[in-house]
Design a binder for this molecule. Structure first.
Ligand SMILES: Cc1cc2nc3c(=O)[nH]c(=O)nc-3n(C[C@H](O)[C@H](O)[C@H](O)COP(=O)(O)OP(=O)(O)OC[C@H]3O[C@@H](n4cnc5c(N)ncnc54)[C@H](O)[C@@H]3O)c2cc1C
Length: 492
């Protein structure tokens, strides 16, 4: 473990922006994922959307594995993908192929990744001034570089493999509406500070209220930044299939869905028993890729300093006008925070289907924090989502129309809004059992903004595992913020 970065650690306690009103007395670990989740557009709107849904659910579990990944979302599949890519590219002399097993409680990719808003939008400069003041310029810049790295890598993989139409990749950019003068002032300040710090701001475009109203029909100023939309489940399916097809002589990869992990026990400091409802596996390394559910297996994360499950809600609604008037970009706006985008249409006459999420502020005072059950929707959040678009784009949405689908999903929030990435042991400075967690890794806590981060964080975990296996020192990528690393984020 490299030395703790005192500059980062010392400042963390002041960076409790996201959850400053979160109840602090909560300490009940998240439950296992619910057995009867709400039906999401990505998983349930078409019968062949999830070909891996029940993969390996009937197959006997292996008795042992080198790496057990818990969770088959963007992070878990990302770790397997990167491990296999790294193994294929590193000329290692290994004794036997690395056996990698993914264990998933429900159907493949049925957590947040299969239930989210579909936005693959790297942050461009928002919160730059705050991050620069809180940490330093280099650390602030890395916040954006990690997201740009992750997004451009995913887009490169999609394009190189010819998956763009399979995963509905849309390069429409993302428009942020600025509803109040304060928001507009902050956004301009962030932009100016980021420009002075020489952050890459290519593709950012500002709109006055008049320009935005003329072009898009919403009477507010705003700015546009580069961004994409995808069908997240289909992308993660492709990544899994690609990883499995490329495992070659260095690795084997298997997936066992409908196999909840109920406990991880320690045989020695380097061997663990992963207990599931279908038997146990002896594993040399564990990856916790369980995001909002992570505290279920790591109960010391069940505190406001750890990972807080939070429920997000999304629905689909038809616009009253065609794509020519709606345009194809994705959007967000802070009037009771919402994010939305029109799905690609197949016929010119078709009215676009809008996927819109957000509205948690309507569930006051909890804002759906500490809610880990995605089998229900919240009526007040649903009401806020139904009212949002008709109130912002006059005449383009029917205020009386009911959603075609509506669902929830569980995210993992952290106080500072950034994930934990690294060895679990490093979170536990003062815990006498910390050595037992040395070969357990975690990448979780994306605080509702995981699409441009999870795959990059998964890459870091894969690098760490490979360094450990080959007895080499892990080299930190230039684009990784220091504050993501577990050794800068003690919880005990
Ligand atoms: C409603 C909603 C909207 C969102 N919209 C966006 C968006 O538009 N853009 C964006 O960037 N981010 C968005 N996010 C956040 C983003 O989806 C997540 O950050 C990201 O998908 C996290 O991926 P993950 O693989 O870490 O977690 P998940 O996809 O949640 O995967 C974790 C998996 O672990 C499994 N699991 C949990 N416990 C166990 C166990 N004990 N045993 C076995 N398996 C277990 C779960 O079933 C789940 O499949 C949204 C999230 C939600 C919920």
């Amino acid at each position: 473990m490299p030395p703790v970065n005192p500059q980062i650690l010392g400042k963390l306690e002041h960076s409790q922006k996201v959850l400053e009103t979160a109840p602090s007395e909560h300490s009940t670990p998240a439950k296992l994922p619910s057995r009867n989740p709400t039906r999401s557009f990505w998983i349930d709107s078409s019968p062949d959307a999830n070909p891996l849904a029940g993969q390996g659910s009937q197959d006997p579990l292996p008795s042992e594995a080198d790496v057990c990944i818990i969770g088959a979302g963007f992070t878990g599949v990302g770790v397997a993908y990167h491990l296999i890519e790294l193994l294929n590219n590193a000329s290692l002399s290994i004794k036997h192929p690395l056996s990698i097993v993914i264990l998933e409680a429900r159907d493949f990719c049925s957590g947040a990744t299969g239930r989210n808003g579909g936005h693959l939008t790297p942050a461009a400069f928002t919160r730059f001034a705050q991050r620069q003041a809180l940490f330093d310029t280099v650390e602030a810049i890395k916040s954006y570089e990690l997201e740009q790295h992750t997004t451009s890598l995913l887009v490169k993989i999609i394009e190189e493999n010819g998956w763009a139409s399979d995963v509905d990749l849309v390069e429409g950019g993302h428009i942020s509406l600025l509803f109040t003068e304060k928001e507009a002032k902050n956004a301009h300040n962030d932009f100016d500070m980021a420009r002075q710090a020489q952050l890459n701001l290519d593709g950012v475009e500002w709109f006055s209220k008049e320009e935005l109203e003329k072009a898009y029909g919403a009477p507010y100023p705003g700015f546009r930044r580069p961004g994409y939309n995808v069908w997240p489940l289909k992308l993660v399916t492709k990544l899994y299939q690609h990883a499995q097809a490329h495992a070659r002589q260095y690795a084997s990869l298997s997936l066992h869905t409908r196999t909840p992990v109920t406990a991880v026990t320690h045989e020695t400091t380097s061997t663990y028993t992963v207990v599931t409802n279908r038997g146990s596996i002896s594993c040399s390394r564990i990856v916790h890729a369980t995001n909002g559910y992570a505290p279920h297996l790591l109960p010391f994360l069940a505190s406001p300093d750890g990972i807080i499950p939070a429920r997000g809600q999304v629905m689909t609604t038809r616009a009253s006008v065609g794509t020519d008037q709606i345009k194809i970009s994705s959007w967000s706006g802070n009037k009771g925070f919402a994010y939305w985008f029109p799905r690609p249409v197949t016929r010119d006459t078709e009215k676009p289907l809008i996927i819109i999420g957000g509205g948690q502020e309507a569930a006051a005072p909890s804002r759906e924090l500490y809610v880990d059950d995605d089998s229900e929707t919240h009526p007040l959040v649903g009401k806020a989502l139904r009212e949002f678009l008709p109130s912002v784009f006059e005449g383009k949405y029917d205020p009386h129309s009911e959603p075609e689908m509506e669902w929830t999903g569980i995210t993992g929030y952290t106080k500072m809004g950034d994930p934990f990435v690294g060895a679990v042991a490093d979170l536990l400075a003062a815990n006498p059992n910390r050595d037992l967690y040395k070969k357990q890794y975690i990448a979780a806590g994306y605080t509702g903004h995981g699409m441009p981060r999870a795959f990059g964080c998964a890459e870091v975990i894969a690098q760490m595992i490979l360094a450990e296996i080959s007895d080499k020192e892990w080299k930190e990528p230039d684009w990784l913020p220091q504050r993501y690393l577990t050794w800068n984020r003690r919880v005990e």
